[in-house]
Design a protein. Structure first.
Length: 135
């Protein structure tokens, strides 16, 4: 049985585990409308639909990711200021753009150099880029 996470006062959630499914993410976002910092380390997520007007920091760790899905997530979180990707593998490269995005961190992730360069052009507030490329 999965715990239900909900509450108006919850601002930060670190969620990990192999049995976390996409619908749990949706339930958390609905149940925690003031969530600002969300870290996910869930190897079985397929198509997480993350949409929030409040989310400022988003971190993905140890996850397979589809670039189109990440692109949609960033676009659906207009106040997102920080995106971190650690030990993630992209099946398709993302297109990262965001009016509020100021930080992009990627370590041991197969993000292409062209993606980082495009993010610099498409994120007017991007000031902090830290990338160690996948080998």
């Amino acid at each position: 049985r999965r715990p239900k996470i909900r509450g108006q006062g919850i601002r930060v959630i670190l969620l990990g585990g192999d049995n976390i499914m996409d619908e749990v993410i949706n339930q958390i976002l609905i149940g925690c409308p003031n969530l600002e910092d969300f870290m996910l380390s869930c190897s079985h997520l397929k198509f997480p639909k993350i949409q929030s007007d409040r989310l400022k920091m988003l971190q993905f760790c140890n996850m397979p990711l589809d670039g189109d899905i990440l692109t949609n997530i960033v676009n659906a979180c207009p106040k997102l200021t920080s995106l971190s990707l650690c030990d993630c593998v992209f099946s398709k490269q993302p297109f990262i753009q965001g009016q509020s995005l100021s930080t992009l961190h990627s370590c041991n992730t197969n993000i292409a150099d062209e993606v980082v360069q495009a993010a610099q052009q498409n994120c007017p507030t991007l000031k902090d880029i830290r990338v160690s490329f996948f080998v």
